[in-house]
Design a protein around this ligand. Structure first.
Ligand code: PXG
Length: 469
């Protein structure tokens, strides 16, 4: 690997000044960032990034949960180049199609669970979830039950940042800006054993709590009225919410409840799709049979934007046989270059048997290494699922007491990660990883070594400032 920074025409300071002057970043306090200056990432290879100062960084977040095959994969680059040269764009409206979009639809049907024979393409995960809202409501209109409009989701879920995506999501700080959620979307509590330890989970085993949490869905269906409920949507493992791995009993009970009340199940697989949990899709790890699956991110390993919804036979049959024209679509639905990259990406995942590697080797290995990190005095809970992992930082290991939020201990830890060559996400005081699926055991050791160093530095901060209980 060659650690040379790409030649740049300007100094880091100059790039930061231009950035601050013109670029409004997503989910960012603009003023605070302008004062501090962005870190400018210049190149990447395998699981490593380099910044404009030439620093090497281990990317334990796969970009933003998406670079499943790692950086620098020739097959994806060549597929994009070839398609750009042959046909850089054509749409799929007005009775036309392009070959990569058709081939990808075929391949997605092949790698997904058997009920999925069709796909509707979007440009991102957020748009995919907008499509879910449009599609489930259309489905119930076609069934002659137009009152079934309400979609049930969960607090602390993340389903994107468009009006519908942010409404489906359960981030209260997002709802607080701009009058969300939109009508017809309601939320139940998340199946987060640790967060409910002093409440609903008190005195229960994880599995007992899983059933209790699933029954919150039944309570909500009965409150709204089963005849008004269109669908339930959830991430198999909540990602942006902090890698919340639900108890094994949760999803089977959710499936039973959806079946009982004839409520459609939408699995948001934007993070959990394409091998992340050790199966092609998270629903297979969790044991559900969804009617719809949103995907994005890992479908192209993030090399180019693409998203969509895999549509199960039940919904597809209604749309195709009785639907007439579905008044919905995006300019980039089935973008040929994005689809060509996705084809190369999925073929590579297959050839390198990355899904099997996560399930049989890397997932269990990460679980072992995270269990060791779980012994650290600052860590109250360590959880993994496939190649997703979370470490909950706590004020008291003995009692599990959390730090007061205003101390921002997670942010302090994230700062140490940035300074020590590893990128982790902090969700409150939960430190999370989701490394590329091409990571090796030796690189998992390297990652966990860096994480341990950052935990030690954060512990030293906590001692110095008197934050510990
Ligand atoms: N669903 C899920 C489950 C996601 O994780 C989306 C939908 C939206 O996808 P797009 O492509 O529209 O961004 C996501 C995206 C974070 C973070 O901080 C996570 C996401 C996006 C941005 C930040 O962990 N997930």
């Amino acid at each position: 690997m060659n650690a040379v920074t790409a030649p740049t025409a300007r100094s880091t300071r100059q790039w930061q000044a231009a950035d601050a002057a013109h670029f409004l970043h997503p989910f960012t306090d603009f003023d605070a960032l302008a004062k501090k200056g962005s870190r400018i990432i210049t190149r990447a290879d395998n699981i490593y990034l380099w910044d404009s100062d030439g620093e090497k960084i281990l990317d334990a977040m796969s970009g933003l949960w998406c670079v499943n095959v790692g950086y620098g994969q020739r097959a994806l680059i060549d597929a994009a180049t070839r398609q750009l040269q042959t046909l850089p764009f054509y749409n799929a409206f007005f009775q036309t199609a392009t070959m990569p979009a058709i081939e990808l639809a075929e391949l997605l049907a092949e790698v997904s669970p058997p009920q999925f024979g069709h796909v509707f393409y979007s440009g991102s995960g957020s748009e995919g979830n907008d499509t879910v809202v449009r599609m489930v409501r259309r489905y119930w209109e076609l069934q002659g039950q137009p009152a079934r409009q309400v979609i049930i989701s969960r607090w602390n879920a993340y389903h994107g940042s468009t009006m519908a995506g942010a409404s489906l999501g359960g981030m209260r700080f997002m709802h607080a800006q701009g009058g969300l959620p939109i009508p017809g979307i309601v939320h139940i509590e998340q199946p987060h054993y640790w967060a409910h330890r002093d409440g609903a989970a008190q005195g229960l085993s994880r599995d007992e709590f899983g059933v209790v949490a699933a029954r919150w869905l039944e309570d909500k269906i009965l409150e709204v009225g089963p005849d008004n409920v269109a669908a339930f949507i959830g991430e198999p493992v909540q990602g942006a919410g902090g890698v919340i791995v639900p108890p094994a009993t949760y999803w089977p009970e959710v499936q039973r409840i959806c079946d009982k009340y004839d409520v459609l199940l939408a699995s948001d697989e934007v993070i959990t799709g394409f091998g992340r949990t050790g199966r092609w899709f998270g629903c297979e790890t969790m044991g559900t049979r969804p009617d719809l699956m949103t995907f994005a991110k890992g479908v192209t390993s993030g090399y180019i934007p693409l998203g969509g919804v895999l549509v199960g036979d039940r919904v597809a049959d209604a749309l195709i046989r009785r639907g007439g024209e579905f008044q919905h679509g995006y300019t980039y639905s089935g973008h040929p270059v994005a689809c060509a990259v996705a084809l190369a990406n999925i073929r590579l995942i297959r050839e390198q048997q990355l899904v099997e590697r996560v399930r049989e080797d890397l997932g269990p290995y990460l679980a072992g290494r995270f269990a060791e990190l779980g012994e650290h005095p600052l860590v109250g809970e360590a959880q993994t699922c496939g190649l997703m992992g979370a470490l909950q930082l706590v004020r008291s290991k003995a009692s599990g007491e959390a730090f007061p939020a205003e101390l921002e201990v997670g942010m302090a830890c994230r700062g140490h990660c940035f300074g020590n060559g590893v990128i982790m996400r902090a969700v409150g005081d939960r430190m999370i990883v989701a490394p590329p699926l091409v990571i090796t055991r030796a690189q998992i050791d390297e990652m966990c070594g860096l994480i341990r160093r950052c935990l030690d530095l954060t512990l030293a901060d906590a001692r110095r400032h008197g934050w510990l209980a």
